[in-house]
Design a protein around this ligand. Structure first.
Ligand SMILES: Cc1cc2nc3c(=O)[nH]c(=O)nc-3n(C[C@H](O)[C@H](O)[C@H](O)COP(=O)(O)O)c2cc1C
Length: 395
């Protein structure tokens, strides 16, 4: 079974990820991973940290001569900022003055500080925030980029765009043509419509001037997924459940919709479910709409998979909210630290990564996981089988 684990603190020496269960024969290069790492780092509204970091991956296991071996793949992304935190984040014991140098005693509303401090008995909340930080998502993007290399062999494309920042909304419902994708890629708010993008940037500027932050919504689409990926037979194999869980596991994501999502709740069934038509071809079915977002019964249905995730505003505010100091429980303003004002464009790239991982996992379960050629053969045989069954039953 495909699985991964990440380790690393935000200002520690490095982030590390190990991916196990990848088949042999996938073309993987550090350039492809670095490309996604770069995409995660850019974006209007990011904080000063992104000026320091230029993430690059070191592949230290599982790949030889640009091809996966079938053994665990190990990925390391070094933190350049570590140079400025060597003593504060040292692994070895340090002198007492360094222990408290950048200690945090005032929890931020909306962050992991208070609950994490209580659970792990940390008086210094830095011990919580260093791991709770979304810096961890650099490792997850690296994992997703490797999975994207597998999906490329299978002709599956995963793309993310920003649909909302604060009150500013782009109507994402139309077809995403190659030009739409290119425009979003060129946009620093990951929105293909220039006018909406300008309004999004203005909203971010206003929030920054007010010492405030903004959230939003991103949408991820996956094209080329064969029908039947996932399963209706057991709850933990449902593709919708897995995608929702993966997206909700991203820091600050507070809601996930598949297809029409919450919008389906207020409509009649006749205005929600996607009529089935005959379209010809190996998979001879089409749909007049895609309100299901490409998933029915916990399985892909052959249409484009569409998921959206809502991100809350960044919890660290330069004009902080009231909090309580752990020393004497006196009321004070929350801890403020260099921070993003809005990170929805970056979160969309993280969203792509976790969707790539979940699709890869479900596809490997369905088609085998030893060598990529086995998977391609199994997929071709499956397509033939399905076509034959419908032809026979139809006749
Ligand atoms: C790409 C990305 C960047 C983020 N940047 C920041 C940041 O600079 N400052 C901050 O306080 N929170 C940031 N967050 C959100 C926090 O990591 C998150 O709110 C926190 O870990 C608490 O988790 P929760 O919001 O899921 O409850 C970011 C999240 C993502 C996905």
């Amino acid at each position: 079974m495909l699985k991964f684990m990440t380790a690393g603190e935000s200002h520690g020496p490095a982030l590390t990820a190990i991916v196990e269960g990848l088949p042999a024969g996938i073309s993987v290069g550090s350039a492809a991973i670095d490309h996604d790492l770069r995409r995660r780092q850019v974006g209007y509204g990011r904080g000063g940290r992104m000026e320091i970091e230029r993430d690059r991956v070191e592949i230290s296991a599982g790949v030889r001569h640009g091809v996966t071996l079938g053994s665990p793949v190990a990925l390391v992304v070094r933190n350049r900022d570590w140079e400025n935190w060597r003593e504060e984040m040292a692994v070895e014991e340090v002198e007492a003055e360094w222990e408290t140098q950048r200690g945090v005693r005032v929890p931020r509303p909306g962050h992991a500080d208070l609950a994490g401090g209580a659970k792990y008995r940390h008086g210094d909340l830095r011990n919580v925030l260093e791991r709770a930080s979304a810096r961890e998502t650099a490792a997850r993007v690296a994992v997703g980029a490797v999975c994207r290399c597998l999906l490329k062999h299978l002709d599956i494309q995963v793309v993310g765009m920003v649909q909302r920042i604060g009150e500013v909304v782009w109507d994402s419902t139309g077809e995403w043509r190659p030009e739409t994708i290119d425009s979003a890629e060129a946009s620093d708010v990951r929105c293909p419509d220039p006018r909406t993008a300008t309004s999004m940037r203005a909203a971010i500027d206003r929030a920054r001037e007010d010492g405030d932050t903004l959230g939003g919504v991103f949408e991820i689409r996956a094209c080329g997924v064969v029908p039947g990926v996932g399963s209706h037979v057991s709850s933990d194999r449902r593709l919708d459940g897995r995608l929702a869980g993966a997206l909700m596991s991203i820091q600050a994501i507070k809601g996930v919709e598949i297809g029409l999502g919450f919008g389906a709740a207020s409509r009649l069934g006749s205005r929600v479910h996607d009529p089935i038509t005959v379209s010809g071809g190996q998979w001879p079915f089409g749909r007049t709409t895609n309100n299901a977002g490409g998933i029915e019964g916990g399985m892909s249905n052959g249409e484009t998979i569409c998921v959206r995730a809502a991100m809350k505003p960044i919890p660290t505010l330069t004009r902080p909210l009231p909090s309580v100091c752990l020393d004497g429980l006196s009321p004070v303003d929350a801890h403020a630290e260099r921070s993003d004002v809005c990170a929805v464009p970056a979160a969309a790239v993280v969203g792509e990564a976790v969707v790539c991982f979940e699709l890869a996992r479900a596809l490997l379960e369905m088609f085998g996981d030893a060598h990529v050629d086995d998977i391609l053969r199994a997929m071709a045989a499956y397509r033939d089988d399905v076509a034959r069954i419908w032809a026979r039953d139809g006749g």
